[in-house]
Design a protein around this ligand. Sequence first.
Ligand code: SF4
Length: 315
Amino acid sequence: MQIILAGPRGFCAGVNMAIESLRLAIERFGTPVYVYHEIVHNTWVVEDFRRLGAVFVDDLAQVPRGSHLLYSAHGVSPEIRRMAAERELAVIDATCPLVTKVHREAAGYARKGYTIILIGHAGHDEVIGVMGEAPDATVLVQTPEDADRLSVSDPDKLAYLTQTTLSVDRASVIIERLRQKFPKIVGRPKDAICYATSNRQEAVRTLSREADVVLVVGSANSSNSQRLAELASAEGVATHLIDGPGDIDLDSFEGGETVVITAGASAPESVVQQCAELLVQRFGAAVESRTIRQEQVSFPLPKTLENTSGMRGQR
Ligand code: SF4
């Protein structure tokens, strides 16, 4: 058996920043530190932080007045910021800057009177947050068919934005349909999807052509991990989205396969290594790393963590 570890894989700059922010917040402010939604969509990361004293909530009513509250990498709507201010919560904003950029664009378009087409998945934390910037001016489009069916009152004042973790290919199809239907629509086709999502998709697409099996390490609710699995599957390769080594069906291997292992942007490298190690032990697999594109992106920690007092009622 040969294992190819696809690169880049695993933690992106936004996830690194969010995880480090929560670790530092617990260290500096003590527990509990409340987190609005999961810090990132990964069961290992969430469970580790639960053990350290983080409390994950889906409703700010569960957070006692004056507590420390961290916003996850996926960001929050202005309404959540307003409620946090009302409850005098000390906010640590670990929203990924690339998500913040989408929020700013949504707010900017709405101010100028545009209707915003948000391409994304209903119910995803990032989508809920961005739609909250201009709920009355935003329409969610999930599929090319949604785009075909769309009707808007003023096609001359139309903008599109995308969830950062979509399939690059699928988003392009939807954007193209929107452009055909609404020639004056504005948006940024080149960096519609974030660098980490694009790079991980490019790597798995390229390497899956050599694979008999692709293992995508990531949790079932991780959007970018799901997209990696879909992409490898679309290349015609047997693909499994696995949370960790316990999900690997060892009996399905014969022992001579080439196995590509990748990981979604929220999946820890330690879990990837455990998965590879299991196949090494069982099948004597040889492990090789193959990096399609280098990444040197990092994001600064939230300003709140530069001093220990927190930003009460930050909006
Ligand atoms: S996947 Fe992209 S947008 Fe999401 S946290 Fe990572 S870098 Fe930020």
